[in-house]
Each structure stands twice: as C-alpha cells, then as structure tokens.
Design a protein around this ligand. Structure first.
Ligand code: GLA
Length: 716
C-alpha cells in the first residue's frame, strides 16, 4: 500500500515500511526503511562543517548529510552519485527538485528490459523531479510487492535541455541508512566456483562489487545483503538487494562521515555511457530490495517468493522434467546412434528428457570451430534434425538441445561471411576466449540473422527445451554500427539485443523450456530468470563444492532455479554411498543427471530409477516450498536446511557434511512445525511430535566421507 500525507510518502508491505518526504517543497529526503514503525519518524538535520548548504535554508538542510532518495552530482552531496549527466554546456552538475507524483495500480513496462510482473496487489509510485537549471528531469518509480515484502526502484532520465546530454553514470536504486553497524554479504567466485558467500563488516569508505565483463558474471553476483553483525539464519535484521539485469553492474556501499550507509545498485559508469538527445528518455534497469527482521533465511524467502511470483516464466510442463544431459558423458562425441542409446537409457531409468549438449551443429567437433553455424552436422544426423528428434521422442522421452546464440568461432561460415558482426574496436586485436568471439547483439542485422537461422534449422523439429549457453566475457566492446559518440552504449545495447532474442524464443517456442547457462552459473541473475525456468548452477558437479555453491545461490534465488545434476566421472563409480551423496546434494534443487547412462552398470541404472522415484515424492517442496537454512557450510562443517509447505505438514530436512570429522553436534530445529502434531519420517522410520521437531533433531558429525542425511516428515 502506498500513502501520501502532508508531503510524506509511506510505502507499506506486509511486514515493512519505507518512508520519505518532501522537505521545503523541494528536496526528497529519506526517513526510514525497516519493520513497521510504531511511532513517527521525523526529519532532523545532521549538519556537519564542510557540508554545503543553501542561503535560504542554512544548515537545516545539506545535500551532503541528508538521507536522500536520489543524489545529483557536483551539487554538494559528496557521497556516491546516482546520476552523472553531462549537459550541453559541458559540465556534469545536476541537482533535482520535487515537482509532482502519482500513484497507480500495477506498473509500467520497462522498454526492452526484463522486469518483475505485477499482480493484483502491486502498486507503483512515480515521483517526478526536475533540475531547473538544465531542464532535465528524472522520474523515480517505486513498485511495491506487498506479499513478498519487496520494493523495486528504477529511474527514467529525460533530457529536456534543448541540447545533447550524455549519461555518464546511472544508478537505479539508492537507499540511505542512518547507521553503519552492518555486515555486507556478497557472492564472489570464478568459473567452476561461482557464488561463494562472503561476509565482512562495513568500513568507512566505498566498498563495491560489480561486473565489467558484459555479463552479471561468475565473479560477482548482483545480489548483496546488509545485516546486523549478530544476524543469523533465523534472527536479526537484514536488508537484501538485487538487480534485474544480466550485464555490467555496480553495487556500491559507502559509509560516510556521519556513520550513515549509502547503498546503490545500477549500471554504474564503467563500460556505460549514453547519448541522450533533446526530448529522449532513458530507462534504467530495475533494482529490488527487501527487509527481514527475522534473519537471513527470511530475507531469502522474501526473494524466493518474489522471484517465483513475479520473475520466473510459467512452467511449460505439468511436472518439471528430470533431465539427462550429454555433456559430461560425451563432450563433443555425439551422433544419432549415440543419442538414441541415451534416449533408451533415459526412458529405462525414468529421466524425462535427453538434452543433447554441444557438438550437433556446423563443424563443431571441438570448441575451436562451428559456433555461429546453426545448422545440423549432416555427418552426425544424416536424415536431418527433425527425423532424428522424432526418433528420439519415439523412445518415450522429451528432447532438448544446446545453443549458444551470442557467440561465433573465427573458424565458422558465419564469421567468414560477417567479421564485422563481432564486437570490436578499430585497430585493436579482438581477444579470444574459448576460441570464440562475441557477436554484436546490438546490431539488428545480427539479431535478424539469428532469428532466421534458428527458425530455419528448427522448422518442424519437435523441441521441448533449449539449454542457452554463453561461454565468454566481452572485451574490446565496440560496435561497427555505432558512431564514435555512441561507442559507450555498445555493452548495454548488446544486452538489450540478447533480451530481444530471448523474448523472440519465448514467443516462437512457447511450449519449450529454457535452461540458462553461462559456463555454468555465470549469468545467475534476475534478468535471465525472466526467461529461464532454471539455470545450470555450475560446471562444477563435484558434490562438496556444490554444497557451498548451492547454499550461496539459495541466499538470493529459489531452489526451482537451481539445475543440479548427479554426475559420475567416467561413469565408473557404482559405490552406492557416493551416488547417494551426489543425489542428496542434487536434490537441493531441480534434479537432473550428467551420466553416461547407456554404458552404466545395471546397479547404477537401478539406483538412478529409485532416486528419481524418491525425488518425485517431495519434489514440490523443493521447487515450490519454503526454504529454511539452518547451518551455513562456510561457518560449520555441515550445510543443513529444510523445505516445508505452508502449514509445515510436510518437511524435508537435509544435513550434508562437508568434511569427515566426528563428534560435533548440531541441533536442527524446525520452528514452524505444528507443536501438537505427530510426524512420521519414512526415510528413517522415525516418529516425532511437532514439539520435538521444534526443539530439534540432534545431528552428530561422523568420520566418514561422504556423508549426508535426510529426513522426510509427514504429519499423520
Ligand atoms: C559450457 C557449459 C557446459 C557445456 C559446455 C558445452 O561450459 O557450462 O555445461 O554445455 O559449455 O560446450
């Protein structure tokens, strides 16, 4: 709910409140964001010497010390700016005053960008600001998602100056908090090792994470949180932030001289500038925030519900398919005969879908050639793709295919015909990465080619699924179709082109599901989730690192987005304990397999069949239930968590041990269990009362590697 009274705006969600007001009829000052306040929050000046003020209002207001909603540049606010806008006179000073506002149900579309869908509860506040000197305007949009305790923010920048302006820095969300006694949680990593949890106390100064790679990246995820120093999974105050965008970003957190904390998320200034002609508007991507007074777990649940209800596309199938992917089993060695063996084995073991990974197109026998040539390799599929896919599906499975539309190998027909279609900078060598270059997706001719090429190749092919990959980052980011003054726009325009192609795929193949991938989880972000039912969490399928990667991913994203495969290197291991542990880790998310099932021993096939049957019993809790983290694997030897339905009549509890060590005890408590109910756990043949579950189950670590334990409690 959004209310305005006496120039004060109050945005309310189920458990939170966000308040700001207009001071002296001009300045937007932030007052409060957190749990619902009992009393009134009032503005009081926080003046400090050396902070500039206006002659009219003296030290009662300084842009440098007030908590702001949006900050200008060069106007006396010396903290990080929300907008740097070079005007027709050549300076970049800007300063904004309130002009008007309106409140409306639902929300407005963000042109070309992914954004959260509105539902019946969604409301938006638009606040219009003006810089009276340059004539440029900014509209701030606050959209409230009450049920999920999420508020989103973005800005529209409008040039009404009568000349050209250049956006040199743009941020979507600014939140000023009065204190700085917080830890910052962020997710860092690299390929094969993405999204690792780190938590550090804030220090005075600017601490930021971001990406300059043209993708949200393995290295830093756009999600961050600020929490009390003592916040745990279940207690303490936590603010969570994320960005609905998949390219370069900046999350900056600055602790100022007054021990206040400024948080900003947006495109930043590196790898981004935008020429805004007179009369034009630029819409920033959307950023989101949430607040939890009940620990880190509640923050995650807020974001999970928000992502499920407002971001993810509808599930294309009644039941999420368990996928058998060919990559780790075959790499590039695929052809029709081999794939048909996969289809048979998949049907035998109960995997619903075979996803034929890389190697089916052009001259693609290794990673040095073929990308860009999106037609089937006739030596591997002699009767063509359509006939092959029909034969696969006749075995009783669904069929998915791997694509990497944004990329090209120099050794390809496409590159030989159109070298100018790659991102490039005149006179500079275009560096290779995985022997490939990046297509300039901001060039409409490239998008047209890709649409035409995929339409032709997939004409009459009964595809159920695309695994959409992206296997390098962007260097030498320039475009042959942009004039010099617009080269700073290339990375952003590239991303808009990528989204355009995703939208086209969703419209052209509405029945098909997209699994997103970027060398694993290199684009694990809310922008990609708008189009992708799930994301390949990591190329690292070893269960131990996966425990941590999955814990960290779940901080911000729901389990339904985590594609998790049981792998078995060289397919030789039939040790039931090893396969069991790999499965126990993989059922933290959407289960799949990365095995050479056709060559597997019968006992492995039987194990897979049983694992899938077990998963089906509680799959709905994992994909649609609520997630409760209990033990953080970065702080203890175990990762413990449970999934439950709304009334906690069904609870799936897991403890996954990360090291072989005996004698440490953990109490795994299920606070939401119904105290008077009796629960039966069929996995361990155990009967417990709800009260006993609330007190907690004792798990003691054992000196055995690998080790995991699961309980599935159903109210009797
Ligand atoms: C990336 C993906 C893998 C696989 C290969 C194919 O590395 O993460 O899962 O699809 O590409 O080349």
């Amino acid at each position: 709910m959004i209310q305005v009274k006496d120039q004060r705006f109050t945005l309310q969600t189920k458990n939170t409140e966000y308040i700001f007001e207009i001071l002296y009829d001009k300045y937007l000052v932030h007052l409060y964001y957190g749990g619902k306040t009992a009393g009134e929050t009032v503005y009081s000046s926080r003046y400090k010497a050396f902070s500039p003020f206006t002659a009219e209002h003296g030290t009662t207001y300084s842009p440098d010390t007030c908590m702001a909603e949006f900050s200008g540049f060069g106007n006396g606010d010396f903290r990080a700016t929300s907008l740097k806008l070079k005007n027709k006179n050549g300076d970049s000073v800007c300063s904004f005053e309130y002009r008007s506002h309106r409140i409306f149900a639902g929300r407005i579309e963000l042109p070309g960008l992914p954004y959260a869908d509105a539902n019946a509860d969604t409301e938006t506040l638009e606040v219009s600001l003006l810089d009276p000197v340059t004539g440029c305007g900014v509209q701030l949009y606050y959209t409230v998602f009450p049920k999920e305790d999420v508020i989103s923010r973005y800005a529209v920048i409008e040039n009404r100056s009568g000349g050209d302006a250049v956006i040199e820095k743009s941020m979507s969300l600014l939140l000023d908090l009065p204190g700085c006694e917080y830890d910052m949680i962020s997710l860092y990593g690299g390929h094969n090792n993405e999204r690792h949890y780190q938590r550090r106390p804030l220090f005075h100064g600017n601490q930021s994470i971001g990406s300059r790679r043209g993708a949200s990246s393995h290295q830093f995820n756009p999600f961050i949180a600020l929490c009390d120093h003592h916040a745990t999974e279940t207690a303490g105050e936590v603010y969570g932030f994320n960005f609905v965008y998949s390219g370069n970003f900046l999350d900056e957190v600055e602790v100022d001289q007054l021990c206040g904390t400024r948080v900003q998320l947006g495109l930043g200034s590196e790898n981004f500038s935008w020429l805004l002609k007179d009369g034009e508007r630029f819409t920033t991507p959307e950023a989101v925030m949430t607040f939890s007074a009940a620990g880190i777990g509640q923050m995650s649940r807020n974001f999970h519900a928000f992502t499920r209800n407002h971001i993810l596309p509808p599930e294309p199938f009644e039941q999420r398919p368990v996928v058998l992917n060919t990559w780790e089993a075959c790499y590039f060695n695929i052809d029709e005969a081999e794939m048909l063996r996969f289809a048979e084995a998949a049907a035998e073991c109960g995997t619903d879908m075979v996803v034929m990974d890389d190697g089916w197109f052009g001259a693609r026998n290794n990673d040095k050639a073929g990308l860009g040539d999106w037609f089937e390799n006739k030596e591997k599929f002699k009767d063509g793709l359509a006939a092959f896919v029909d034969r696969m599906k006749a075995k009783g499975i669904k069929f998915g295919i791997w694509i990497e539309p944004e990329m090209v190998n120099p050794d390809s027909e496409l590159y030989r015909a159109h070298p100018e279609w790659c991102l490039q900078v005149k006179g500079r060598e275009s560096l290779l990465s995985r022997h490939q270059l990046v297509l300039d997706m901001g060039n409409p001719a490239v998008i047209d080619y890709l649409k035409e090429s995929f339409s032709k190749t997939f004409e009459g092919v009964a595809l159920d699924y695309f695994k959409w990959d992206m296997n390098r980052h962007l260097s030498e980011v320039g475009s042959t179709v942009l004039p010099p003054e617009r080269q700073g726009e290339a990375a952003y325009r590239h991303m808009l082109g990528v989204y355009e192609l995703f939208r086209w795929f969703k419209e052209k193949y509405p029945h098909a599901m997209i699994e997103n991938c970027s060398g694993g989880g290199g684009r694990y972000d809310l922008g990609m989730m708008k189009f992708s039912t799930m994301i390949w969490t990591s190329d690292n399928t070893h269960p131990k690192p996966r425990i941590k990667i999955q814990y960290s991913s779940l901080l911000a994203y729901p389990a339904a987005t985590m594609s998790c495969h049981v792998s078995n290197p060289k397919n030789v291991c039939a040790d039931p304990d090893v396969l069991k542990f790999r499965w126990q880790v993989a059922v933290g998310g959407a289960l799949g397999y990365e095995l050479h099932l056709p060559d597997a021993l019968q006992e492995i096939k039987d194990t897979v069949k049983k694992q899938i049957a077990d998963y089906r019993v509680y799959e709905d809790l994992i994909l649609r239930g609520d997630y409760y983290p209990l033990c953080n694997p970065y702080e203890t030897e175990i990762s413990a968590f449970y999934y439950a339905n709304g009334d906690h009549s069904r609870i799936l509890l897991s403890a996954l041990q990360n090291s072989s060590f005996s004698g440490h005890f953990y109490t795994l408590s299920v606070p939401g269990a119904q105290p008077d109910a009796v629960y039966y756990d069929a996995i361990n043949d155990l009967t417990l009362t709800g009260r006993q579950l609330i007190v907690g189950i004792r798990y003691s670590t054992v000196d055995k590697d690998p080790t995991g334990k699961m309980w599935y409690f159903v109210k009797q």
